[in-house]
Write a protein that binds this ligand. Structure first.
Ligand code: DOR
Ligand code: ZN
Length: 430
């Protein structure tokens, strides 16, 4: 039993934002949410572990629908155990693993092996499966069987799907199965080189660059492919202002589409590549300040539904390569809250409730998972964080990897406790 006292309890699903106490029962579910001091009167809580959350926010455990835990096959970068530890340290109680592993998750056999191991972790680690066999974009996987096996979504993340007829068929199947399909939108024919925005910085570095057109042209295509189908289409890691406007207009016209943005795209621009080199290389790339502002406005007005990290661990050796050769991606679970609060809440650009909504109930609902809300009888998955605490991003992480371009940054806002199924799975060392 855990009694969380005197925190500012924020639950976007119910609209709650008040100083309250929260009791999590021995069954791992929320037993009570009441005015401060009430719970001790009404329940026998002598044996409860008490957490004093005075001055802190108490929210549903965060939900990240876009992480790479590299398991199976690439576990020198990360594995599901270290990935889950990084998630817990970041305030996450539910994550969805991408399927660009080795082998990729394109069969029930590969799915079952990793899925069985994921069930034994301290947080809820869910698994997506591939849209196409081997992520080759030529033949669809057995989506029905993969969903039956437990896949919560379908994606070839890392690789855009070029074949329109194939994608149309995938959208139809996902619609029937009521599962999201999440797409990495960078049209290959419009790319010069991935990972760095096509523009000033790519020119300085002598790189071809990744133009924003590559993202928004493919996104426009896929929104229109889905217009008549109405699948749960999830546009991953949106990076360009035009893409945000496409989603805004599509939603206005009643076309079903959802959007993810990463903390790094909300916090930084292509300028970070100048300072941090290959550590700031990511697909799609960090872009301009105008893009960053449009992404922030997109979260603020609900056009972008979800903040998802795209936690993409790589080894130090891989990231030490020249920027033209290093793999794209950065870790993100442990810096997500600090980056988002520092660059969007503390600057007055996105209200706290909206940020928490994009980190909890929106992704949970889209992925049909029981989480992302606080209510009596609901899951005892809770994060407690200090909105104002200042800290410096360290060189080492709970993640196996340390490929973050934000090491050394001072951030404001830090996770104090993560509780999953009524168990403390992370607490900040005091
Ligand atoms: O930068 C990226 N890295 N973007 C992706 O979409 C994939 C990811 C990875 O798997 O490393
Ligand atoms: Zn991607």
């Amino acid at each position: 039993m855990i009694l969380i006292k005197n925190g500012r309890v924020i639950d976007p699903a119910s609209g709650l934002d008040e100083l309250q106490d929260v009791l999590i029962g021995d069954d791992g579910r929320i037993a009570a949410i009441e005015a401060c001091g009430e719970i001790e009167h009404k329940y026998s809580v002598e044996n409860a572990e008490v957490i004093d959350a005075t001055g802190n926010v108490v929210a549903p455990g965060f939900v990240d629908v876009h992480v790479h835990f590299r398991d199976p096959g690439l576990t020198y970068k990360e594995d599901i155990v270290t990935g889950a530890q990084a998630a817990a340290a970041g305030g996450y109680t539910i994550v969805v693993c991408m399927a660009n592993t080795k082998p990729s998750i394109d069969s029930v056999e590969v799915f079952n092996e990793v899925y069985a191991r994921e069930q034994k972790l301290p947080i809820h680690v869910l698994q997506a499966a591939n849209v196409t066999i081997g992520m080759q974009g030529a033949k669809l996987t057995d989506m029905v069987a993969l969903k039956d096996a437990g896949a919560v979504g379908f994606t070839d993340d890392g690789v855009p799907i070029a074949d329109e007829k194939l994608l149309l068929e995938a959208l139809k199947q996902c619609k029937e199965l009521d599962v999201p399909i999440s797409l990495h939108e960078e049209a290959p024919e419009l790319m010069y080189s991935p990972g760095v925005n096509y523009g000033e910085v790519s020119r300085e570095l002598g790189l071809g660059g990744a133009p924003e057109e590559a993202e928004y042209v493919l996104t426009a295509r896929d929104i229109m492919l889905n217009a008549k189908i109405g699948a749960k289409l999830d546009i991953q890691h949106i990076s360009s202002a035009v893409t945000v406007e496409l989603l805004r207009q599509a939603k206005k016209h009643g076309i079903r589409v959802y959007g993810e943005v990463t903390p790094q795209h909300l916090a930084a621009t292509e300028d970070l590549v100048r300072k941090k080199g290959s550590l700031a290389r990511v697909n799609p790339p960090l872009r301009t300040e105008a893009d960053r502002q449009a992404l922030i406005a997109g979260v603020a007005d609900g056009t972008i539904d979800m903040i998802a990290t795209d936690h993409a661990p790589h080894s130090a050796e891989e990231k030490a390569r020249d920027i033209s050769e290093a793999p794209s991606g950065m870790i993100g679970l442990e810096t997500a809250l600090g980056l988002v609060l520092t660059h969007t809440y503390h600057t007055g650009l996105i209200p706290l409730e909206t940020i928490i909504r994009a980190l909890t109930v929106n992704p949970a609902r889209l992925y049909n998972v029981d989480g992302g809300y606080l209510s009596v009888g609901g899951p005892g998955d809770v994060v407690i964080f200090d909105l104002d605490k200042e800290w410096i991003v360290p060189e080492h992480f709970a993640s196996k990897a340390s490929n973050s371009p934000f090491i050394g940054d001072e951030l404001q806002g830090r996770v104090e406790y993560t509780i999953c199924n009524g168990q403390i799975v992370y607490s900040l060392a005091k």
